[in-house]
Design a binder for this molecule. Structure first.
Ligand SMILES: Cc1cc2nc3c(=O)[nH]c(=O)nc-3n(C[C@H](O)[C@H](O)[C@H](O)COP(=O)(O)O)c2cc1C
Length: 206
């Protein structure tokens, strides 16, 4: 069984989402003997923004198109990113809330895995059919403030809502979220939120 572990926080140390995603991967490794873990740090190894030319290169045979080496390399990496996603049984994402949304590096990764004809198609107008169903996706999400459902700030939260939408497009409708929030309010709030999230992670089943 394969687990794809991705981190996105710009903080190399002291990152809550990294600590949560690492604990999640460790927990699942203990629960699932022989679990094969692949790791990518998008803050260290980001993908470029998708361009029209790379989009075109991906849609056709790159040997025949008039593409630069850089464009070819980009398309090759993009295909590999998609293959790695498709090969994964479990995807663990470490995600900080940045400016009410996900880090731009994660957004760039999503442009490489949400691909018409590969991870979704249309059954009719406004009837997307996801082609990546069956994967387990766990998001370890760190938020500076409080955005729980019903709170005044909930309308500004576009990380959890966005990720639920985007994974549902590819057929994954039951994304699991482990959330540490209010972490920027003060050190004691940070500690309480992190401890709660880590406790939840220790209850994750295979
Ligand atoms: C660039 C940036 C933007 C942020 N934007 C928000 C935000 O919109 N709302 C919020 O509640 N917290 C925001 N925060 C706080 C982070 O969500 C919080 O510190 C979180 O712990 C970051 O994840 P990390 O600890 O894994 O790095 C922001 C932090 C940074 C660095």
């Amino acid at each position: 069984m394969k687990l794809l572990h991705i981190d996105t926080s710009i903080q190399a140390t002291g990152s809550i989402s990294r600590e949560m995603s690492a604990a999640t991967a460790e927990r699942l490794k203990r629960e699932i003997p022989g679990l094969d873990v692949q790791y990518r740090d998008l803050a260290v190894h980001p993908l470029p923004h998708l361009t029209a030319r790379v989009f075109a290169a991906l849609a056709q045979d790159m040997d025949t198109g008039d593409f630069s080496d850089a464009e070819r390399n980009d398309a090759v990496e993009s295909k590999k990113v998609l293959e790695d996603f498709m090969a994964a049984d479990i995807v663990v994402l470490g995600v900080p809330l940045y400016n009410y949304s996900v880090p731009s590096t994660l957004r760039a990764w999503i442009d490489r895995i949400v691909v018409f004809g590969k991870t979704f198609r249309y059954g009719g107008p406004n009837q997307p059919i996801g082609l990546a169903a069956g994967k387990r996706v766990i998001v370890a999400l760190a938020r500076g403030g409080y955005y729980a459902e019903g709170s005044a700030a909930a309308q500004h939260e576009h990380a959890e809502t966005y990720l639920r939408s985007v994974f549902s497009l590819v057929g994954i409708n039951d994304v699991e979220f482990i959330i540490a929030e209010g972490v920027a309010v003060g050190p004691e709030f940070r500690e309480t939120a992190l401890r709660g999230a880590l406790d939840t992670i220790q209850t994750l089943a295979a």
